[in-house]
Design a binder for this molecule. Structure first.
Ligand code: NAD
Ligand code: UDP
Ligand code: UDP
Length: 337
């Protein structure tokens, strides 16, 4: 890669699900990648294949503490993302989102780096507008069990916009909708990882509520493509951009599809709906289509097929203990795979 286009890029949360795919893509593009992670939910296994690359470096660090490095771009992904993980230590979740954002913005300001924030569709809460457009302000419970994540991420967006207005930082805010794929943590309690590991192990699939709630799932490769396009956009887009796959499915549909695809004998069981569980979620990606000339290309079946193959190999390598699935409300013991 020509020296002029080769950048020094910091990825916080780089040992996590999305972060590891992003590091992999940036390393393959020839950039110098610094992966920073405190291994709260991420693992070295996710980036083990990059450790021998001359243009990849790993640093154990918690972003709630200041970080002094010299970089050209920052992707700020550090933060537990699944409800059982971010609710396990909610104070740390808010600190990671807010103090982490302040530190990364302070770093970006000092070294004049472009900075990307991994925001979330949770900004919209239990949305009253459907599909969700970027100009919708959201419907978020500020004091419930999901608030540490939702409000932490909302505050991070405020900080990003204020550093832009006050300090003229070049910022990118991606509002990421549910994303799935290989390297999701098998015990993160998210719906795709739960259903996949349950179906592959012949255990009942745990649908919460009656399964009519919806989500729109984007395959990880499509999402990473969008991250890089957003970062590389010549102009600061002045505000958040929704990234996700608009194809909306109910949780019952996805359970049935996973049972079919795995040929599993698992039955579907119904349990209580978690507190403040958003009812419907679907991104309006008009802004991303126009700004980034991007849209997702991986169908749900293609993405599920790759994900199921990943979990199948993982289960073969590390046999699950019975009922190892993580459920909403689960605590510390559930953080292990
Ligand atoms: P993940 O839990 O796999 O990755 C998060 C990473 O951040 C982990 O490696 C974790 O160890 C690290 N981390 C957490 N706190 C940290 C801290 N204080 N200092 C340093 N590292 C820390 O989750 P993911 O799915 O890869 O999500 C990555 C980012 O994308 C998160 O910011 C999340 O909020 C956002 N996001 C993800 C989704 C999704 O569906 N995957 C949806 C919306 C937003
Ligand atoms: N910071 C950092 N790395 C840097 C520069 C700053 O981690 O290279 C942190 C620093 O700890 C500070 C925060 O970023 O608390 C915000 O920095 P800023 O310069 O915006 O604010 P100030 O230092 O004036 O509070
Ligand atoms: N869900 C489910 N069974 C599970 C895990 C999750 O029915 O074993 C539901 C959950 O209640 C929610 C949806 O699936 O309605 C998506 O949950 P996830 O935790 O994956 O993402 P989020 O709620 O953050 O969008």
């Amino acid at each position: 890669m020509k020296e002029i286009s080769r950048k020094r890029i910091l990825v916080t949360g780089g040992a996590g699900f999305l972060g590891s795919h992003l590091c992999e893509r940036l390393v393959a593009q020839g950039h110098d990648v610094l992966c920073v992670d405190n291994f709260y939910t991420g693992t070295k296994d996710n980036i083990a294949h990059l450790l021998d690359c001359a243009n990849f470096e790993l640093m154990r660090h918690d972003v709630t503490f200041p970080l002094y490095v010299e970089v050209d771009e920052i992707y700020n992904l550090a933060c537990a993302a699944s409800p059982i993980h971010y609710q396990h230590d909610p104070v740390q979740t808010t600190k990671t989102s807010v103090h982490g954002a302040i530190n990364m913005l302070g770093l970006a300001k000092r070294v004049k780096a472009k900075i990307f924030q991994a925001s979330t569709s949770e900004i919209y809460g239990d949305a009253r507008v459907h599909p969700q457009t970027e100009d919708y302000w959201g419907h978020v419970n500020p004091i419930g069990p999901r608030s540490c994540y939702d409000e932490g991420k909302r505050c991070a967006e405020t900080l990003f916009m204020d550093y832009r207005r006050q300090h003229r930082l070049d910022i990118r805010i991606a509002r990421i909708f549910n994303t799935y794929g290989p390297r999701m943590h098998p015990a993160d309690g998210r719906v795709v990882s739960n259903f996949a590991t349950q179906a592959l192990s012949g255990e009942p699939l745990t649908v919460y509520g009656d399964g009519s709630q919806t989500r729109s799932f984007c395959f990880v490769d499509d999402m990473i493509d969008a991250f890089i396009r957003l970062m590389n956009l010549a102009e600061d887009p002045n505000g958040p951009v929704n990234l996700g796959n608009p194809h909306e499915v109910s949780m019952l549909e996805i359970a049935q599809r996973i049972v079919e695809m795995t040929g599993s004998s698992s039955v579907i069981e119904f349990g209580p709906l978690p507190v403040d569980d958003p009812w419907h979620r679907q991104p309006d990606i008009g802004r991303a289509r126009q700004l980034l000339a991007w849209e997702p290309h991986t169908s749900l079946d293609e993405g599920l097929d790759a994900t199921l193959r990943y979990f199948s190999a993982l289960i073969r390598a590390t046999p699950r203990t019975r009922d190892a699935t993580c459920h909403a409300g689960a605590k510390a013991s559930m953080l292990q795979p």
